[in-house]
Structures are given as C-alpha cells and as structure tokens.
Design a protein around this ligand. Structure first.
Ligand code: 13P
Length: 340
C-alpha cells in the first residue's frame, strides 16, 4: 500500500471548491433516468450522454474533482475513439469506479438489504487500477421503518464496507465509504439523526477493526433530513446544524473529507444544504458533494437525447457544478440560481 498516494488522491477528491460527479448509475438505474426523458437506454446513448458531461470543459476543470464510473463506462470510448477515462483525466479530474454489486435482500431480515460484491474484489480492483481508477465507491443501504434498521443489518453492512475499504487500500485505490440512510418513509428528522449516528459509529469501528487507514478514505454520507413523507419538514438551517452535529460526533479528524450524496433531494435544496453547512464551518474536514441526481437531473432534462440540445445540457450541468462548487465553500447565493 502506498499511503502517500492514497492520501494525495483522497485530498484531491475533496479539494476546495470541487466535488465529485456520481455518474455510476447501474444499467437498470440509467434506464429509469432515460425512460423519464424518453431516451432509449442503448450502449451508444449512454456513451453519448456521459461523453457530453465529461466534455463540459470548464465545469469539469473548475468544479469536478473526480467522476464515479460504472463498469461499462470505464471501458468505453468517446465517438472519436478517445477512452472516456482520458477525457476525465484531460480535464484534471480523477476517474473512480463503483465496485459494489448492489444491495440484495439480507437473509433473516425482511425489508433490509446487504450490499454484495466482495468475492473476487481484489482481482477486479487490480484491473480497475490498470484502467485508470484511483478511487472506488461501495454503497451500503440502510432503510428506516418500524423496527428497521436492525442491528443485524447495520453490523453486516458496516462490516462489508470495511472489508471493501481495506481491499481498496491494498490496491492503492481510495475507498469512498458510503453508508446511505434512506430518506424514504415518514420518519422525523430526529429518527434520521439517531439512525445515522448509530450507523456511522458502527462503520468507524469496523474500519478500525479491518485496519483501514482513515487518512486515505473519503466518507459519503446522507444528510440528516426528515423522511420524504414526514408531515414535518425541516428548514435548511436545521438540516445543516443537525448534519454537522451528527458528523462531529462520529467522524474522526483523520478523515480528509466528507462528500455528501443527494439521495433524492431536489438539486437546489441539495446545494442550499451543503452551503449552509459550510457557512457554519469550523469542522476538521472539508465538506463537499458527490451528487448523482442533484447534478444530472437538469442536464438530462435539457438533453432529451437530442444532438441539438447538447450545448443547453452542458450549460445546465456547468451551472449545477458551479453552484455546488460555491456551496462547498459556503459562497452560494439563491439569487445566483434565479439569475441563471
Ligand atoms: P445521489 O446523489 O443521486 O443520491 O447519488 C449519489 C450516489 O452515488 C449514490 O450512491
């Protein structure tokens, strides 16, 4: 393990004013996104769409530190034959790869899942490193419902995350550790805070037990928000204060940075929350974004699969990247959205 390299990459992933583009939708997820804009999910369309994002020069250069890719994408070439990985590197961003095999039903725990993908991971990581990946992502999914999550699922998911992270570091790949507490459901914000605190405490214990070097990791957590169906929604300030409080209780100072998932928040709200946290400031890690939907909803809508819409879609992506870059510095203003 080359710790200096891991630390350097981890810090570059959370560099000031920059964040991560999560473009690692699995085949079934990207199909859902394309269905919504009436685009057929063919390999060529997926390539054209992602090529369009990676060729959004200024956004990529100024606001995107790294891109999480899906297995298909890390092997794909742009229309002119350039590997997509090379486009990302040319823009000064770091290619990364989703390595989990998805969340599958957890035996004995109805309604809960365990993320699979550890078998053969050492060999796959080696291959991905050769293809240019310098960081990876593994998403554990924790739902909230009556009697859920169980300790069984919290423990099993944290353990798998730690096993994954240790294998990544052995392969000189920075692990993004993503324990996502879902915002589906009607629970209140306190319940989200309690479950997230439990999950994060468990994750850091498991990372320690599996000998993961925290300086060479990035945490990708959910924010502390009420369930989507909760009757009582929270203000931007409350979400920011509670998220910072939970993370301060759980995340060791040795972790270089935290890159949030958007998890189904609207794109502007995800930006507002990140900005509000960075305005509080004073915490020991940088806090930025690793958004999928909150960065891509606008460009997908603007694109609609049509060549003539490419520049409008790139402008939409560039705008969201810039807004989130500002939010990562606590310098975003709502008026900038209106002006655009
Ligand atoms: P969202 O920002 O759409 O939640 O996606 C981020 C991600 O990578 C989830 O694993």
């Amino acid at each position: 393990m080359n710790l200096d390299q891991l630390v350097e990459v981890a810090n570059a992933m959370v560099a000031p004013g920059k964040g991560i583009l999560a473009a690692d939708e699995s085949s079934s997820t990207i199909k859902k996104r394309f269905d919504a804009i009436k685009v057929e999910s063919t390999e060529e369309n997926r390539r054209d769409y992602r090529e369009m994002l990676f060729r959004t020069e200024t956004a990529m250069r100024e606001h995107i530190s790294g891109v999480i890719l899906f297995d298909e994408t890390i092997r794909q070439k742009a229309k002119d034959g350039t590997p997509l990985v090379k486009l990302i590197e040319a823009a000064g961003a770091i290619p990364g790869i989703k390595v989990d095999a998805g969340a599958k039903p957890l035996a004995g725990c109805p309604g809960e899942t365990i993320t699979e993908g550890l078998d053969g991971l050492r060999e796959r990581l080696k291959e991905y490193y050769g293809l240019g990946a310098r960081f990876a992502k593994w998403r554990a999914v924790i739902d909230i419902a009556d009697g859920v999550p169980t300790w069984t699922s919290v423990k099993a998911n944290a353990h798998a995350l730690a096993r994954y992270a240790a294998l990544c570091q052995e392969a000189n790949i920075v692990p993004i550790v993503e324990p996502e507490v879902l915002m589906d459901g009607d629970h209140d914000i306190q319940r989200c805070a309690d479950v997230t605190e439990w999950v994060l405490k468990t994750v850091y214990e498991e990372l320690y037990e599996q000998r993961v070097v925290l300086e060479g990791t990035v945490l990708k957590p959910n924010m502390i928000v009420p369930g989507k169906k909760s009757a009582k929604q929270a203000s931007v300030e409350e979400v920011a204060e509670r998220t910072v409080m939970v993370l301060e209780r759980c995340v060791p100072v040795a972790v270089p940075g935290i890159a949030y998932l958007s998890g189904g928040q609207s794109d502007e709200l995800a930006t507002a929350h990140l900005d509000a946290m960075n305005r509080i400031g004073g915490f020991p890690w940088s806090m930025t974004f690793s958004y999928g939907r909150a960065l891509q909803a606008a460009p997908q809508k603007a694109w609609g699969g049509k060549k003539e819409n490419v520049s409008a879609a790139q402008a939409a992506f560039a705008h969201r990247a810039k807004m989130n870059g500002l939010a990562s510095l606590g310098q975003w203003e709502k008026s900038l959205e209106k002006a655009a």
